[in-house]
Design a binder for this molecule. Structure first.
Ligand SMILES: Cc1cc2nc3c(=O)[nH]c(=O)nc-3n(C[C@H](O)[C@H](O)[C@H](O)COP(=O)(O)O)c2cc1C
Length: 270
């Protein structure tokens, strides 16, 4: 499926069938995990598949997920970081979301689960000795079929105008201008990227020759670098669909505008 249609239809699944994924499919997934780990600087992060999801669910019930609401699935994949530096956090999320696209291609459904609030020792006990820094895991399995007349759950998205600015934050950009620049479709679909608590903290500044990605910090002035990595993956994929094959380059810097802190994440050459 083309990445634009994929994004529009992508949903987090929180209701799985009580059915294990076939062994040959799990083997294929293990190969995918290795491939993705090796696509980035080797050894900076790793994935591990937990086939016995029940064990993980029992260990995290009441503790992981939003307000301790753990999502139950037949299997989980943990994302382990060797270092907790910005580049590793951003790119490990980039590849975790690439993994999501591969699992959905296998007709599976997924949901990111936040485990950063779970006691560190418990995480080590549960995920094993290889654990260094596990803040997110992925639930996956076969989705429970929706009732044919039930409405698909849909999480609201911000508008392009709330997300994309002309030369500086706050400066309105018109859709006509984005169309002229060949960016209207990319930003239209990009809004469907997933984010923690659906906060959609991504902001973009379009200049003459570049797009800058910034993250709007939360009330504690922290930027969600994971959300940055996810949106960077989709931006590159959507631009590729338009025939542009560039990659993001990471940037440093931050500024405050209207009492809100923004962190510069990366720039993309148009
Ligand atoms: C990094 C990350 C962490 C998330 N953590 C959780 C979680 O702990 N529990 C949960 O139910 N959903 C979690 N989600 C799913 C988001 O809430 C979801 O992507 C967002 O609300 C948009 O909905 P959609 O994915 O269905 O489009 C997470 C998503 C991301 C990207």
């Amino acid at each position: 499926m083309r990445i634009n249609n994929f994004l529009m239809n992508r949903r987090s699944m929180r209701d799985y069938r009580n059915k294990s994924v076939e062994l040959d499919v799990l083997d294929r997934i293990k190969d995918i995990l290795k491939e993705l780990e090796n696509e980035f600087e080797e050894g900076t992060f790793g994935f591990k598949l937990y086939e016995n999801g029940q064990l993980i669910y029992n260990g995290l019930e009441g503790l992981a997920g939003y307000s301790g609401v753990m999502v139950e699935s037949p299997h989980y994949i943990a994302l382990n970081l060797k270092e907790n530096d910005e580049k590793t956090v951003i790119y490990s999320a980039y590849y975790m979301e690439k993994l999501v696209t591969k699992l959905i291609e296998l007709d599976l459904a997924t949901c990111w689960i936040s485990v950063y609030d779970v006691d560190k020792n418990l995480r080590k006990d549960l995920f094993g000795e290889w654990t260094n820094e596990i803040n997110f895991i992925l639930a996956f399995g076969y989705p429970r079929r929706n009732h044919p007349f039930s409405k698909e759950p849909f999480s609201e998205r911000i508008s392009i105008e709330e997300m994309v600015y002309d030369n500086e934050i706050g400066q309105h950009i018109t859709l006509e201008y984005l169309e002229q620049r060949g960016l209207a479709d990319t930003f239209y679909y990009l809004r469907f990227a997933p984010s923690i608590k659906n906060l959609q903290p991504w902001r973009f500044i379009v200049t003459n020759d570049k797009v800058h990605l910034l993250i709007k910090c939360d009330e504690d002035d922290n930027p969600s670098l994971v959300d940055a990595g996810i949106v960077m993956y989709y931006f590159e994929a959507l631009q590729e669909l338009q025939g542009t094959k560039n990659k993001w380059s990471l940037l440093d810097g931050e500024f405050v505008e209207g009492g809100i802190k923004y962190k510069y994440i990366a720039e993309y050459q148009l």
